[in-house]
Design a protein around this ligand. Structure first.
Ligand code: GDP
Ligand code: IMO
Ligand code: MG
Length: 423
């Protein structure tokens, strides 16, 4: 029998590209949808039939009742937030128990990891990363230090293991002089979340996925964050703490590179970034404010203002390279509907040096732009490529020329239905 494939859908800029929406649209074509990295730092929005959901740890394939969804070994999971998220879906009528499987190898985010996240940020003074405060960095650090707790640990002697790790965290916090916190209520909910999690299938998801592939089934790997937030390839140290790139699919799900099929790279028709760090295309003017307002660019997890700017071809080319992107998906095209001109960043410039390649030191670069005419037409009601105004078609063709990868899907609104698959 022909083996199945793992297609990857990856954010290729600074996250919030619209991954949740497209995973939901793609789900009918797959047997399994799996998250391979990150945790509740993610906020993936899905809108259909007048309903809106923001998922953090649960894959966006959960709305198709007959599909298995997996939280893979590369993820980190907070039991209290997981319980809250899962209960919201249960209240909305979705049955999760039989089709949401969690890897026993995924790491647990403890309440004290979240306190440590805040403490480390406070200690950084002006160089704060601007994390989501969900304990992501401390949990992945603990994984690398080989002192972390995994989902499988909740099945045996858990209280003892938890108390020992918590005590170590408290000691670190004392050393940092960070003692003004109270997690008692949080901890109660967290423990309730642990009991709740025990009622789900906690499995060896890598075996399950590989077995499915051997049976000819197909898997969609749902990325979190984006390539520029990848721990190795992003704008370090202003990054998240996991591998968000395609290589992370293999390690985060336990699948071989030969199983990877299509690599979908998802980006917006413009750029955003939430949190601190270099962002050469950032607009500090009225145009930036307009993009934020029209695009509702406020964080799905933290509510923070997202920084906005024009599309960044330097970052996109770099991300296409490290991920091996085979198809591009452009989101939020409609947000630029009213702009008379559109810009695209084609290179970076610093101290008289111009580069079209992603520099090692991403600080202090200015964007070099090319300008294109805007389409000044409402795209939101369009249902086929044939309806697109010429200036929009030209913008898409311009991006494809620079990026050398086809843009096969265009999104013209937040709803599931506002998605145009090009023929
Ligand atoms: P993710 O983290 O990559 O899943 O993206 P987020 O959910 O954090 O952010 C994307 C936001 O854009 C959400 O509020 C979506 O509802 C919205 N969205 C997605 N696609 C489109 C689109 O084509 N047009 C508009 N206007 N909004 C969109
Ligand atoms: P989705 O999956 C956008 C950013 C944070 C911060 C940095 C590190 O919804 O696209 P962390 O809490 O991970 O240690 O924060 O990464 N960040 C995101 N930005 N979208 C996300 O996820 C993000 N997850 C983390 O703002 O700058
Ligand atoms: Mg998001």
């Amino acid at each position: 029998m022909k083996k199945g494939k793992v297609d990857a859908l990856l954010g290729i800029v600074f996250g919030d590209e619209g991954k949740g929406k497209v995973v939901d649209v793609f789900t009918p074509k797959y047997d399994i949808v799996a998250r391979f990295a990150g945790g509740p730092n993610a906020g993936h929005t899905i809108i259909f039939e007048g309903k809106k959901f923001v998922l953090r740890s649960i894959p966006s394939g959960i709305f198709a009742e007959d599909k298995v969804n997996i939280i893979g070994n590369g993820c980190v999971i907070a039991p209290d937030l997981f319980m809250q998220e899962a209960r919201e879906l249960e209240t909305a009528g979705y049955d999760l128990r039989s089709r949401l499987h969690i890897s026993r190898r995924a790491h647990l985010i403890l309440p004290t990891h979240r306190v440590l996240d805040r403490a480390y940020e406070a200690a950084k003074g002006k160089n704060k990363v601007g994390t989501t405060g969900k304990g992501i960095g401390p949990t992945y650090s603990e994984k690398a230090s080989r002192t972390g707790l995994r989902v499988g640990d909740i099945l045996e002697n858990f209280e003892q293991k938890y108390q020992a790790l918590k005590a170590r965290h408290e000691e670190t916090l004392r050393h940092l002089g960070y003692t003004d916190y109270d997690i008692s209520e949080e901890e109660r909910l967290w423990m309730e979340g642990v009991s709740y999690m025990r009622t789900f299938p906690l499995t060896d998801t890598e075996v399950e996925i590989n077995r499915a592939l051997a049976e000819g089934k197909n898997v969609l790997a749902e990325g979190a964050q984006g390539t520029m937030l990848d721990i190795d390839h992003g704008t370090y140290p202003f990054v998240s703490s996991s591998n968000t790139v395609c290589g992370g699919v293999c390690t985060g799900l336990g699948v071989p590179p030969s199983a990877i099929g299509e690599v979908f790279g998802i980006f917006k028709a413009y750029s955003t970034r939430v949190g601190a760090g270099p962002f050469p295309v950032e607009l500090f003017d009225e145009t930036g404010d307009r993009i934020r307002e029209i695009g509702h660019e406020y964080g799905a997890v933290t509510g923070r203002n997202r920084r906005c700017g024009w599309v960044d071809l330097v970052a996109l080319r770099y991300a296409i390279m490290v991920n091996g992107v085979t198809q591009l998906i452009m989101m939020k095209s409609d947000v630029l509907d009213t702009f008379p001109t559109i810009k695209a960043c084609v290179a970076y410039e610093k101290n008289g040096v111009t580069t079209a390649d992603m520099p090692y030191d991403t600080e202090g670069w200015q964007a070099v732009y090319e300008e294109l005419p805007g389409w000044q037409t409402d795209l939101t009601g369009m249902t086929s490529e044939a309806e697109f105004p010429q200036a929009f078609k030209d913008y898409v063709a311009y991006l494809e020329r620079h990026l050398e990868v086809p843009i096969t899907i265009l999104s013209v609104g937040p709803d599931r239905a506002q998605t145009i698959i090009r023929g």
